[in-house]
Design a protein around this ligand. Sequence first.
Ligand code: IPM
Ligand code: MG
Length: 366
Amino acid sequence: MKIAVLPGDGIGIEIVEEAIRVLGALDLSFETETALVGGAAYEAHGHPLPDATLKLAKEADAVLFGAVGDWKYDKLERSLRPEQAILGLRKNLGLFANFRPAICYEELVDASSLKPELIAGLDILIIRELTGDIYFGQPRGRRSAPDGHFPGAEEAFDTMRYSRPEIERIAHVAFQAARKRSKRVTSVDKANVLETFQFWKDVVTDVATEYPDVELDHMYVDNAAMQLVRAPKKFDVVVTGNMFGDILSDEAAMLTGSIGMLPSASLNASNQGLYEPSHGSAPDIAGKGIANPLATILSAAMMLRFSLNQPEAADRIESAVKHVLAQGLRTADIWSSGSKKVGTREMGDAVVAALSLSTIKKTTTG
Ligand code: IPM
Ligand code: MG
C-alpha cells in the first residue's frame, strides 16, 4: 500500500501530520511519500502541481491531501494559483466521484448554529460530481462580447456542460451508495432554468430504472439550499453536479457544527482516491497549533475503507474519534463551555491513545 502525502499549505501541514501519526499507530504497513503541492510547491518549483507531485499521486494507491491556498496568491495568473493543484489532481486522476458525508456527532449538537432537534442524529451523504460541469467546461475566457446586452464590451464566460456518460456514472455511484444506507436519493438540479440540468435530471431518471429498490426524488438547488437548513434530516444521499455540490457541501458541513469535522473522498473508476478534509487551508490560524485535525483523521479512515481495503482499521479510527469527543476534548472550532479546549497535537495524541483502548479494538474485531 502506497500513500502519497500532500500536506499543502496553511493548516494542511499540521493536520496531515496528526493523520499520519494516527495511521502509524494502527500496526498496518504502508509506504508513505510526501511531496509539495499548492502554494508551497509554487514557491519551491514555480508550479502548484509539479510533475513529480502528479506522478507520485498517480502511482500511489491513495493520496492523503491537506489543503491548499493563501490570499497572497490571489493575484497570480489562474494557472499558477494553489487551487489549480487540487483541480489538476481531480482531472488527471479522473476523480469524478466526491463523497462528502455530513454527520452530526451527538456530542457536538450544540456546536451547530441550528436548533439541536433539527440536527441531532443527522447523517447525510453528499455525492458531488467532481470532474465536469462549469468547473471544467470549455470554452471559457475573456473576450469582446459578440452579442448580448452590451455587444463589444469586455466580458468573461464559462461553459456548463455534462455528457450522458458523466451523469450516468455518478448516478450509479449514488444509487449504489443509497443501497447501503436508507435507499433514498435526492438528485439536485436547476432543470427549471438550465438545459444542462434538465439533461442531468433526465439521465438520473433513466439510471434510476436500474435501481427499483431505491427511491429517487428531484429538487431544485435553491430549494435544496433552503431545505438543508429547514429540515436537513429529510435528506439521505444527495447527488448533484460539481458547482452545486461545492456550495451545498459547505452548507451541509455547517449543519454539523464545524467544517473542521468533515472528511471527504474523491474516487476514480478504479477506486484510487484522494482524501482530504472538506475545509480549506485557513491561513489565519496556520502554524498556531489550534486547527482541528479530526476532518483529516476521518479522511484517513475513509482512505482505509475505500482505497486500501482496511475497513476494520477505518472503524477503529472512527470509534477513536467518537471516544475523544465523548471525553469532552474539543479544538477551538467546536469548543463550548464545559468541554476541554485542546490544540491540534493534543487532539491527535488523544485519538492515538484511544486507538489502543480495548473497547475500540473490540468493536472492530468483533
Ligand atoms: C472544494 C473547494 C475547491 C472546489 C476549490 C479549492 C477549488 O472549494 O473542494 O470544495 O471549489 O472544488
Ligand atoms: Mg468548496
